[in-house]
Design a protein around this ligand. Structure first.
Ligand code: SF4
Length: 321
């Protein structure tokens, strides 16, 4: 655990939390599989200069290519999935880098476009047989978009912490994960260490901030500790991806509209997490703690949910539809 973790760990213990650890990370602690070990350089969000941090881009893909059984067509954009007369998916039409359309037939088609582009592709693949889009007999494609309830707490200390050294997510507190509606919300959350590079910090520490209070925090960059709060958000039908009526991409395909509202449960959870996160740092002598709103990026989830019943889901427990 790096310094940022030590500060969080000591605060957690003082507060009476029992479950605080460096957790499990897909990062080499020693050289392995042709990749170096973590050198604790920090700023991992920029990409790992050592190659210690796992990434599909340089781990699985080169290994899969080496088998000779994987062909990767880069800069290809799927625009439509086609189906046969029985309604079974049969081909993907995609545009190459020059915008030229190609048709790739397939017996099985797997879509891995994340929670926004996956429903967009299904909805844009409507046909006479499936006027509301593919796999959308239930009308659930695009619905129940989720992104985690988040926020951060940063704390100023009199001594240097150098929170940017070492892995960013260097450990977590999981005492608040359990289900306990007595706290005023259902579901739970974790507190994980986080550090931001100076430019990210300046932009999102307090969006729009200006003046002495703000510059003092930036001047104290080396004396900060930080944690990210991440909890379960509510799967709501009204939080959803739809197709835009008037905006199209360069291939003439409607882009996705994203709609998301916080549920009162999310707000209550965030409030609780802010309070507990601040208490962790106050327990080890923080001079000041700061509540930082969610960053403008999310863990995209949902939108093609699994269900035992066809009527209220998009795919079965194996992800098939
Ligand atoms: S600290 Fe992060 S970026 Fe640096 S070597 Fe370790 S995993 Fe890679």
């Amino acid at each position: 655990g790096n310094n940022n973790f030590q500060v969080m760990y000591n605060g957690a213990m003082k507060l009476g939390y029992k479950h605080c650890s460096t957790g499990r990370m897909a990062i080499n602690s020693r050289a392995r599989a042709g990749r170096a070990q973590c050198m604790q350089l920090g700023f991992c969000f920029q990409g790992c200069k050592m190659g210690a941090k796992w990434s599909t881009l340089y781990t699985e893909i080169p290994a899969a290519e080496a088998t000779g059984k994987l062909e990767l067509r880069t800069q290809a954009h799927a625009v439509r999935i086609e189906h046969d007369a029985k309604g079974r998916a049969s081909a993907v039409v995609y545009a190459d880098a020059k915008g030229q359309l190609h048709r790739q037939k397939g017996r099985i088609i797997a879509i891995a476009g994340n929670a926004i582009e996956t429903p967009r592709l299904l909805l844009n693949s409507s046909s006479t047989l499936f006027p509301h889009g593919l796999a959308n007999g239930s009308g659930m494609v695009g619905k129940h978009y989720m992104r985690h309830t988040t926020g951060s707490v940063f704390a100023e200390f009199s001594d240097p912490v150098h929170f940017y050294r070492g892995t960013i997510m260097a450990g977590l507190i999981s005492d608040e994960v359990h289900f306990n509606p007595d706290r005023g919300f259902v579901g739970g959350y974790e507190m994980e260490t986080i550090s931001l590079g100076p430019s990210f910090m300046a932009a999102f520490f307090k969006p729009g901030a200006w003046g002495k209070d703000f510059t003092r925090v930036m001047d104290n960059y080396t004396h900060l500790a930080g944690m990210w709060l991440v909890g379960e958000d509510m799967p709501r039908e009204s939080n959803r991806i739809t197709l835009s009526d008037n905006t199209k991409d360069r291939f003439g395909i409607p882009v996705a509209n994203v709609h998301y509202d916080d549920h009162p449960n999310d707000i209550a959870m965030r409030e609780h997490a802010f309070k507990q996160g601040s208490a962790v740092y106050e327990a080890v002598g923080a001079l000041k703690t700061h509540r930082v709103p969610p960053y403008p990026s999310t863990h995209n989830m949902g939108t093609c949910r699994m269900s035992l019943k066809e009527a209220d889901g998009v795919c079965n427990k194996h992800g098939q539809c």
